[in-house]
Design a protein around this ligand. Structure first.
Ligand code: ZN
Length: 226
């Protein structure tokens, strides 16, 4: 039931996008770069998710970039702020091996930090979209970010426990990266205040989505702050 609900959200996103019309052009471009169909489909779906969520939460004044390659740090999507209000910021999706990466992440996320359940493919796609849109809100200083200290002031017990668990997860991940010999830039890229805040919001919204909140409530929750 809950998973169906999330799938419903996902299909709604895919169906209502003006985006569909632009798909043919994007598909042709990516095929030209040698991307495989499975990756192209996943990348288009994900960008559709990001575009619609972004429009509902902020505005459409953002560019959407498909990168046919892999990101050096293996990420799936990114938000590129430009630091200049007169210039356009962007969302990027990295197409090479995206389908495999998403499947693999879904498999690894058997249990969400804030829930008893695992995450479905559709929920994970939404989670990535929410994560990137939250980054745009952060960049425009439209939200007060969560920090580790937020747990202390938080009246919602499930949220404060999520903040604590996310802090532990980030610390563990950082130690793992260090012992794997990852570069300082890589670690800074993955473990920082912006990622911490985005992670909390996304885990919280996904757990609420699994409880059956509406689409409108979901978009409001992306602006979550204390
Ligand atoms: Zn991020």
């Amino acid at each position: 039931m809950n998973a169906l609900n999330a799938r419903g959200h996902f299909h709604e996103i895919k169906e209502c996008v003006v985006w569909k019309e632009r798909c043919t052009e994007v598909r042709k471009m990516l095929e030209g770069y040698g991307n495989v169909r499975e990756d192209i489909d996943t990348a288009i779906d994900l960008m559709g998710c990001i575009e619609i969520l972004n429009e509902q939460v902020l505005d459409s004044d953002v560019s959407l970039r498909f990168n046919p390659e892999n990101h050096p740090y293996d990420i799936i999507a990114e938000y590129i702020g430009c630091g200049n209000i007169n210039k356009m910021d962007a969302f990027g999706v990295f197409v090479t091996s995206i389908a495999e990466k998403v499947e693999c992440d879904v498999g690894n996320l058997q249990v969400l930090p804030n829930s008893e359940k695992g995450i479905t493919f559709a929920e994970y796609m939404l989670a990535i979209a929410m994560h990137e849109v939250r980054h745009r809100l952060q960049s425009r200083r439209l939200v007060r970010m969560f920090t580790y200290a937020s747990a202390e002031f938080c009246e919602d017990r499930s949220l404060s426990s999520l903040i604590n668990r996310t802090f532990i997860a980030f610390s563990t991940k950082k130690r793992e990266y260090e012992s794997e010999g990852k570069s300082k830039e890589f670690i800074r890229y993955r473990i920082n205040d912006l990622e911490f805040d985005a992670q909390i919001v996304v885990s919280y919204v996904i757990s609420k989505l699994q409880e059956g909140i509406t689409r409108k409530e979901m978009t409001t929750l992306i602006r979550l702050e204390l």
